[in-house]
Design a protein. Structure first.
Length: 107
């Protein structure tokens, strides 16, 4: 478990992916090649992960850090992936609005 931009000042809380990470990185590289100059590029590099929360502010920093310490090295198990969705994310003051740009079924 981790956070972007960092664990002390989270805006996104995520869990990392180990098994299949290389496949996701290859897929990310392919999508970047196919989309060309569409959208913004993140110069920090792609990190295979699942976003589990977006954070506006942390009300209780001590409790937050307690949870982070408890779960930072937790193995959350496995998940079978049967489709890939290329998502569009429009950030608004009321929260992000997501829509599917493309769905690829894997099975």
């Amino acid at each position: 478990m981790g956070a972007f931009p960092n664990i002390e000042r989270p805006r996104v809380i995520w869990v990392g992916i180990e098994e299949g990470a290389r496949d996701l990185m290859n897929l990310h590289e392919l999508i970047m090649k196919l989309t060309g100059d569409i959208g913004e590029r993140d110069e920090r590099g792609f990190v295979p992960h699942l976003t589990i929360a977006r954070v506006k502010y942390v009300r209780n920093r001590d409790k937050y850090m307690e949870v982070v310490r408890k779960y930072e090295n937790m193995d959350f198990g496995t998940q079978t992936v049967d489709s890939i969705k290329l998502k569009r994310s429009v950030l608004t003051p009321k929260g992000p609005i997501y829509s599917d740009l493309m769905v690829i079924r894997l099975s």
